[in-house]
Structure formats: structure tokens, C-alpha cells
Ligand binder design. Structure first.
Ligand SMILES: Cc1cc2nc3c(=O)[nH]c(=O)nc-3n(C[C@H](O)[C@H](O)[C@H](O)COP(=O)(O)OP(=O)(O)OC[C@H]3O[C@@H](n4cnc5c(N)ncnc54)[C@H](O)[C@@H]3O)c2cc1C
Ligand code: SF4
Length: 272
């Protein structure tokens, strides 16, 4: 495998590498097998300028910057470990893969192109409670949920799109979970101001765990947007009711957690 430094936004077919906290383990386990890795740290913007965040900004930089809305700062602070947050970029976070243990252990499941979702009949305690009929994976990004609730916009080297539109629910004829095209790079994120926002996270232990359920809520004017992590194959913008959830036999507890956290978040925003 070749490793080179990017000198422009054209990676010439190479696979982008930023902090490597997600990509390197996937290469080690043989899930991703790139011919060429391209270190993009020199060409992807890093830093915070008012409402604009470079995609190369680390989670550690976001969690302590007062310009960043509370929901996003808290989502970053509660993610991963301090060491990982010092290295991991927000762009890489948005593009992380599922934590589904069948997928990570390379079972030939639907997301790997196979015919079966092993989680549906197997171990699915941490899996999705929405859109879980084809692939029951639960999206692991706290940060993505916060950005969706905040109504953030992504700028790539090809287009501008709402963060929510970076994601797609996989289907039989298209197993991709993002809409990112080959050669497309995330460059920056525009986060509109919110009057107030909050991120609440339920996890197996108090630190260094992916969300069982994460709830981001943002209030702007009279409108409150709520988005959830850990409940669907994509960051989940809550447009209907949590009663519409379709939990699997061993994860209905997530509906109870989500209901409690959404209530707590919306109440917190309403009281200030
Ligand atoms: C043990 C562990 C625990 C974690 N816990 C949490 C958690 O609780 N909550 C949470 O939200 N996240 C969590 N994470 C995810 C972590 O935040 C991400 O691994 C990290 O932010 C990825 O950033 P990176 O720069 O290292 O990405 P990389 O590993 O370099 O890249 C990740 C992917 O994104 C692509 N990529 C990177 N940058 C760009 C770009 N600018 N444009 C296009 N493609 C790009 C790469 O090609 C690769 O596919 C955890 C990770 C680990 C390993
Ligand atoms: S939940 Fe998705 S990733 Fe996990 S086994 Fe099923 S198809 Fe594969």
C-alpha cells in the first residue's frame, strides 16, 4: 500500500486519510483495502471561524471553543476518549462506519454485500429502532446528530448540502450509507446560530462509549429540531413520534431511553 501527501483536492483515486482513528483499524482488520492512502491534512481546512468549521478540525478543538453551539460542543466532549478527540477530525467523524459487531467481524451481511442481516435474528441490543428492516445498524456519531439538529450545511469540493443529506438508508439495490461520491472531500461545515441547544447521551458507561441513544435538540426562533444518534442506520431527524419506532425483540429499551431524553432536552430548551 502506498502512502502519499495530498498536494491538491484531487486525490487521483486515493483513499483520504485524516487522523486515521477510524480508517487505520478498518485497514488492519482487512475491511478496507486501499491501494493508495492520501494524507489530506495539508489540504482540508482546520479551525473555527465564527459559524464555519474546517472539516479537519479536531473534536478536542470543537469541544472547548465558545463559538460552538452547546449541542455540538457537548456531543464532541462526550465522544470517544481525550486521546482520540485530539486526533480525530470532525470530517472523519461524520464518515465513520457502523459499530455493528457482525460487520466489524466481517460476517457476510447485507452491508458487506451479502443476503442476510445477522443482527435481526441475532444480537441486536445496541442496534436500530427505526428503519431497521434491511440493515439494523445504529449510526454511532454523536457529532452528526448534533449537526443535523442544528441544521448545519456541508461544503465539499463538489457541492453544498445539508448534513442530513450526507446520509442514506441502505437498500437492496444500493448498500451505501452515505451519498459521498468517489473523490469527494468534506471541506467545511456551516453551523447556523441557534438560540439554544443541548446534547444528552445515554451510554453503557459514563465515559468513552458510543451512544446507546444520543439526543440533540436545537431551538431557533419558535422552532425546535431534534435529532438522535444510535437509533437508526443514519443520524435520525425526529419528524414524527418516537411511538413510530419499530424496535427489535431485545432493544425496545432504547425507545424508553429516547423518550426520556427527548423530553428532558425539550424541557431544558423551553425553560430558558
Ligand atoms: C474507540 C473509539 C471510540 C469512539 N467513540 C465515539 C463516540 O462515542 N462518539 C462519536 O461520535 N464518535 C466516536 N468515535 C469516532 C471518532 O470520533 C472518529 O474515529 C474520528 O473522529 C475520525 O476522524 P479521523 O480524522 O481519525 O478520520 P479517519 O480515520 O482519518 O477517516 C475516517 C473516514 O473518513 C474519511 N475521511 C476523513 N476525512 C475526510 C474528508 N475531509 N473528506 C472525505 N473523507 C474523509 C476517510 O477516508 C475514512 O473513510 C470513536 C472512535 C474510536 C476509535
Ligand atoms: S445490522 Fe447492518 S451491518 Fe449489522 S449485520 Fe445487519 S446488515 Fe450487517
Amino acid at each position: 500500500m502506498e502512502l502519499r501527501q495530498a498536494s491538491s483536492l484531487d486525490l487521483d483515486g486515493g483513499t483520504p486519510l485524516h487522523g486515521g482513528t477510524e480508517l487505520v483499524p478498518l485497514i488492519r482488520s482487512g475491511i478496507v483495502r486501499p491501494d493508495t492512502l492520501v494524507d489530506i491534512r495539508g489540504v482540508v481546512p482546520r479551525g473555527i471561524d465564527g459559524s464555519t468549521i474546517g472539516a479537519g478540525t479536531t473534536l478536542a478543538e470543537l469541544e472547548c471553543d465558545p463559538q460552538i453551539p452547546d449541542a455540538l460542543r457537548e456531543a464532541c466532549r462526550l465522544a470517544a476518549s481525550p486521546q482520540l478527540r485530539n486526533v480525530g477530525s470532525v470530517g472523519g467523524n461524520l464518515l465513520q462506519s457502523t459499530r455493528c459487531w457482525y460487520w466489524r467481524l466481517k460476517w457476510p451481511c447485507r452491508l458487506h454485500g451479502g443476503d442476510e442481516c445477522f443482527a435481526l435474528e441475532g444480537e441486536h441490543r445496541e442496534h436500530a429502532i427505526f428503519e431497521n428492516g434491511f440493515c439494523a445498524s445504529a449510526h454511532p456519531s454523536d457529532v452528526a446528530a448534533a449537526l443535523v439538529a442544528l441544521g448545519a450545511t456541508l461544503h465539499t469540493n463538489r457541492r453544498e448540502l445539508p448534513v442530513a443529506e450526507l446520509y442514506r438508508v441502505p437498500t437492496d439495490d444500493d448498500r451505501r450509507v452515505t451519498t459521498l461520491e468517489p473523490g469527494e472531500l468534506l471541506l467545511s461545515i456551516e453551523v447556523p446560530p441557534a438560540d439554544r441547544s443541548i446534547y444528552l447521551k445515554a451510554m453503557e458507561r459514563k465515559r468513552w462509549a458510543f451512544p446507546l441513544v444520543g439526543v440533540a435538540a436545537a431551538r431557533t426562533g419558535g422552532e425546535t429540531r431534534v435529532a438522535l444518534a444510535g437509533v437508526a442506520p443514519i443520524p435520525w431527524l425526529l419528524e414524527g413520534s418516537l411511538e413510530d419506532a419499530t424496535p427489535l425483540p431485545r432493544n425496545a429499551y432504547k425507545v424508553d431511553i429516547a423518550t426520556a431524553l427527548v423530553k428532558r432536552a425539550v424541557t431544558a430548551l423551553a425553560t430558558v
